[in-house]
Design a protein around this ligand. Structure first.
Ligand code: RP5
Length: 186
């Protein structure tokens, strides 16, 4: 289960998620995984795990376009100068986080619609994907597949200028293909 930081400074600035691999504020982070609520973590941990598997420095944080609008604005405005290269933003329902983040940065923003109780994620998907022309959000699938693919897409973006990472991504694809080619049905 994700842990919420309880210190005064961090609780003022919004909840953050810590796990053994991804520091809360990783000064060398290339990718940020943002989510609108701690309740999104069970889905977004799959993105975190994939980036960890690929040894991509990253950070995971909770912030909301609605509940912590100032934090979301501050974070995205300063993201590039802090060395981040890709931002993944997950939200559910009236899912505005990715769009708000994208409005304040030139970095690529990948949106992951969370599966919602009310409409099974269709609301989140439409809110995330239907950005008016001019401020793009690259929107992935609803839920776990979207979380996984957002991290793989972030890796592909970073891999354009990092041959070692590109080799890892190629190996991942080959291993995935091999598993399917060798699948045995009972
Ligand atoms: C969104 O509202 C979050 O991204 C989450 O998916 C959804 C529900 O949030 P909680 O009510 O569980 O905090 O902002």
């Amino acid at each position: 289960m994700a842990k919420k930081q309880a210190s005064g400074k961090q609780s003022r600035r919004g909840a953050e998620i810590r796990n053994p691999q991804s520091a809360i504020r990783n000064s060398s982070a290339l990718v940020a995984i943002l989510m609108g609520s701690k309740s999104d973590w069970d889905t977004m941990r799959h993105a975190d795990q994939t980036l960890t598997d690929f040894d991509v420095p990253h950070e995971c944080r909770v912030m909301s376009a609605h509940r912590t609008p100032t934090l979301a604005t501050e974070f995205s405005s300063s993201a590039e100068s802090r060395g981040l290269e890709v931002i993944i933003a997950a939200a559910g329902g009236a899912a505005h986080l990715a769009g708000v983040i994208a409005a304040h940065t030139l970095l690529p923003v990948l949106g992951v619609p969370m599966k919602s109780d009310a409409l099974n994620g269709l609301d989140s998907l439409l809110s995330t994907v239907q950005m008016p022309g001019g401020i793009p959000v690259g929107t992935l699938a609803i839920g776990k597949a979207g979380a996984l693919n957002a991290s793989l897409l972030a890796i592909a973006i970073l891999a354009n200028s990092r041959p070692q990472l590109r080799a890892k991504l190629r190996a991942f694809r080959e291993e995935q293909e091999m598993k399917i080619r060798e699948a045995v049905l009972d």
